[in-house]
Design a binder for this molecule. Structure first.
Ligand SMILES: Cc1cc2nc3c(=O)[nH]c(=O)nc-3n(C[C@H](O)[C@H](O)[C@H](O)COP(=O)(O)OP(=O)(O)OC[C@H]3O[C@@H](n4cnc5c(N)ncnc54)[C@H](O)[C@@H]3O)c2cc1C
Length: 408
């Protein structure tokens, strides 16, 4: 059985579901395919992470009409404090970098901390009510990219036909492989341990990035006086921490966390994510555009991975909207090259930048410690440079798609 669409999005993670929603809102007949059962995808047990949604990305959710669905569960990030430390239980370096949202002209917070479960549910509700045809659970077995159109073959024998397939099938993207696109990839010797803690004192909307020799330890403010931890640990040491009983794990967290938020209590389970870097050498092939982690998956040190995916979605929706108006073939290389030019350089700079920062900070080498601490202090004192990094954290740099621009 064959069904025809304007665009078929393969992969219903955050990037793919948002793409299907944005494309449907711009008037395209969109299909969204994911191998997982949507009830599993949308459950808390599937993904315990939070996302630091940059303020420019939050504008996309607002304009697509789905921000309100998770607004009550989103904590505004008012400040970001970056400090360097030599180890758990030891005082941090006196040098730091402080981003204050009150310095932003737009008056927005630097971003929002939202539970992935809430984000995913909001985007799925939006996609389904915008007419996206959802095929899930349904695995794409193979895809053909021909002169006249692209075809995705599902495991149950159905075929979805469209001028363009959007590959949102994650960092190991089978579509990327089937299109012959090479990828630069390496593993970090690090695992991210993710957990939620409740604390006695208010966090006041401050996100902390605390660099420890094993990797960054992020404390991200959540609603209801909770914080989400992203504790980057040496890969070899992570399993031992993950197997600790609750009280021993709480003490290990508290050793790194300090006591500035008073007593802390663990809420819910712990998750772990082995970290790796993937950058596709091309973001397009005839009748294929890669978005989200399928295009590049980066270290979570700066909380920018999904934010890059949001910009992919906003840029692609704009380019395809223009192509429809001009009567162009949506899957033609002429159209897709505009998308690649817009997104690949931006991604390259941020992907390599986050990789370099992780290497510079995840060690205890004295001369490097001195250099990076002086660097933190220097950026903090230099107003324009500090504001540049604040806008970078807010996703507000480079050419912004209309969905990400400021309110006029
Ligand atoms: C610890 C950690 C913290 C992070 N924190 C942040 C943050 O604060 N801010 C931020 O911006 N980013 C953050 N990120 C990055 C962010 O989580 C990812 O960039 C984002 O989740 C990627 O979404 P995606 O939709 O591209 O891919 P995925 O979530 O991997 O989705 C891919 C989907 O494709 C489906 N699929 C695969 N193959 C097929 C097939 N053949 N047929 C059908 N379906 C298929 C899968 O089932 C899956 O649902 C973090 C990452 C980590 C590891």
């Amino acid at each position: 059985m064959e069904e025809t669409f304007d665009v078929v999005v393969v992969g219903g993670g955050l990037a793919g579901a948002l793409a299907a929603l944005a494309l449907a809102r711009s008037g395209l007949k969109a299909a969204l395919v994911d191998a997982q059962d949507p009830a599993v995808l949308k459950s808390k047990a599937y993904d315990g992470r939070t996302t630091a949604l940059a303020y420019a990305s939050a504008r996309v959710f607002r304009r697509l009409g789905v921000f309100e669905a998770f607004a009550a569960d989103a904590e505004p990030i008012l400040d970001i404090l970056v400090t360097d430390g030599s180890g758990p239980g030891r005082a941090p370096s006196p040098f730091f970098m402080h981003f204050d949202s009150r310095e932003l002209e737009s008056g927005e917070p630097l971003g929002w901390i939202v539970e992935n479960e809430a984000l995913r549910n909001a985007v799925y509700v939006g996609a389904e009510s915008s007419g996206v045809a959802l095929f899930a659970p349904a695995r794409v077995l193979s895809a053909e990219f021909g002169e006249g159109g692209a075809r995705a073959l599902l495991a149950d024998g159905r075929r979805l036909v469209a001028p363009l397939i959007v590959g949102a099938d994650g960092r190991h993207s089978p579509l990327r492989t089937s299109a012959g696109i090479k990828v630069s990839a390496w593993e970090y010797p690090q695992t991210a341990i993710v957990a939620t803690v409740a604390h006695d004192r208010p966090h006041k909307g401050v996100a902390h990035e605390y660099f420890l020799p094993s990797g960054p330890f992020a404390i991200l403010p959540m609603t209801r006086n909770r914080s989400s931890l992203v504790w980057t640990e040496r890969r070899a040491a992570a399993p031992a921490y993950l197997q600790l009983d609750d009280e021993a794990f709480r003490r290990a967290v508290a050793d790194r966390f300090g006591d500035f938020l008073g007593d802390i209590r663990l809420e819910g389970p712990r998750w772990s994510y082995p970290l790796a870097f993937h950058l596709a050498q091309r973001f397009i092939a005839p009748r294929l555009a890669l978005i989200g982690d399928a295009a590049r998956a980066i270290h979570p040190i700066a909380g920018q991975g999904f934010n890059l995916g949001v910009k992919d979605v906003a840029a692609l929706a704009e380019i395809l909207g223009d192509a429809v108006r001009l009567g162009l073939d949506l899957g033609s290389l002429g159209v897709l090259e505009d998308y690649e030019r817009w997104r690949r350089f931006d991604s390259l700079a941020l992907a390599l930048g986050t990789d370099a920062v992780n290497r510079l900070f995840s060690n205890n080498i004295a001369p490097l410690r001195l250099a990076r601490d002086l660097g933190l202090g220097a950026v903090n004192r230099a107003g324009p440079l500090r504001r540049f990094f604040m806008r970078q954290a807010g996703g507000d740099v480079g050419r912004l798609p209309a969905l990400m621009g400021p309110e006029r």
